[in-house]
Design a protein around this ligand. Structure first.
Ligand code: ADP
Length: 212
């Protein structure tokens, strides 16, 4: 199996989580969501986890160097032997630059940054219909990927998956996160994938660009 160290990028609701769940199987690499990783480090009580916790408890953003430190610790774990799929970080260009510096220092080379492109008009409907299963971590959509009725009760609807909140998150994506796209393009590792269509089709598009 070829080493595959990659970052998934795209607006909220683009299908990063949905595709990550599939790519995990294909490449046998873990899906590292920065939010989940932070919560896990706090729970485990690692040094960086304790540091992050003080910021989170104060309602502040965890500083970039703490998050990056955690990412480097995480990707050094044995389950990342074949690579990893990072999702949720970087969210700004300075974060991308800082991550780059830290990875170079740690001798970790990124193989690809996959950008899942979806027009804004579709994001709202995707995010508002999103439901996740806390027991399995699976992501459903009320219309596009309906959950089985027997688990309906336990499904979670994120508080920020409302029309207003999604609109704000999408705008923030355009102003703050999108500048990382030309950054990675200049480095020659950006792969754009059309995120409109059937999820299976999109998985095929991603695996195709990663092969080339
Ligand atoms: P992200 O992680 O990028 O925010 P998700 O993977 O959580 O996005 O997907 C957002 C919502 O859109 C979910 O409800 C998911 O089921 C649905 N979804 C994902 N991919 C597609 C697709 N190709 N077509 C229609 N709906 C999709």
């Amino acid at each position: 199996m070829r080493l595959m160290r990659m970052i998934l990028v795209g607006p909220p609701g683009a299908g990063k989580g949905t595709q990550a769940a599939r790519l995990v199987e294909t490449y046998k690499i873990p899906h590292i969501s920065s939010g989940d990783m932070l919560r896990a480090a706090v729970k485990e009580g690692t040094n960086l986890g304790k540091e992050a916790d003080t910021f989170m408890k104060a309602g502040k953003l965890v500083p970039d160097d703490v998050v990056i430190g955690m990412i480097l610790e995480r990707v050094a774990k044995p389950d990342c032997a074949n690579g990893f799929m990072l999702d949720g970080f970087p969210r700004t260009r300075p974060q991308a630059e800082a991550l780059d510096t830290a990875m170079t220092k740690a001798n970790v080379k990124l193989d690809a940054v996959v950008l899942i492109e979806v027009p804004d008009q579709l994001l709202e409907e995707r995010a508002c219909g999103r439901r996740s299963d806390p027991e399995t971590g699976l992501i459903y959509h009320l219309k596009y990927n309906p959950p089985p009725p027997e688990i309906a009760e336990r499904l979670v609807h994120r508080k920020d998956d409302t029309v207003e909140a999604v609109t704000t998150r999408v705008q923030k994506y355009h102003s703050e996160t999108e500048p990382i796209v030309p950054y990675y393009q200049n480095k020659g590792i950006l792969e754009r994938v059309d995120g409109v269509g059937d999820p299976d089709e999109i998985t095929k598009r991603i695996t195709a660009v990663l092969k080339s």
